[in-house]
Design a protein. Structure first.
Length: 165
């Protein structure tokens, strides 16, 4: 009885990542960059965005906001680590066209705004607007199921169901 009150909080090991962007779902293997398509950083999905706001796909904590604001790392409440890399070769934009709404250590809920991105500028200055969402701590993943969708809505549509060890 006391353990129930004072013991370690039970963590749900399984969660469903929601789409961090509104747009069209793209298989990671189809991303025109081998670092992502060959899953060198981990498995995941990608989205071709149709809106400019990137939201949190999970409840968790921001563990990294790149200085160029083109990527954000999140640690979900169950320990899953997620990298949202906005566009391809966007690091060279040095933050131009990106506005961050979070900082390292920020607590976020699913659907909370992370970034606002000028995708018209990304189209001009970078290789692509396609945005990979990568699960970076593969050694902690027990099961990973990608949910079949074509069009996805940020903060609403489930894209990956993951169980961690």
């Amino acid at each position: 009885m006391l353990k129930k009150w004072f013991g370690k909080k039970e963590i749900n090991r399984t969660l469903t990542l929601k789409a961090p962007l509104t747009g069209k779902l793209v298989a990671l293997e189809e991303v025109p960059d081998p670092v992502f398509s060959e899953k060198m950083m981990g498995d995941g999905i990608a989205i071709e965005p149709s809106e400019n706001v990137v939201v949190s796909p999970v409840d968790g904590e921001i563990i990294q906001v790149f200085p160029t604001k083109h990527a954000v790392g999140i640690k979900a409440d169950n320990g899953l680590e997620i990298l949202i890399h906005v566009g391809l070769e966007t690091v060279s934009m040095n933050g131009e066209g990106f506005e961050s709404h979070v900082q390292e250590g920020s607590k976020v809920k699913t659907g909370d705004p992370l970034l606002t991105v000028n995708f018209e500028l990304v189209k001009e200055k970078a290789k692509s607007t396609v945005t990979p969402i990568i699960l970076t701590n593969a050694d902690q993943i027990e099961t990973l199921n990608k949910i079949e969708n074509n069009a996805v809505q940020k903060g609403v549509t489930g894209v990956i169901e993951v169980t961690v060890i």
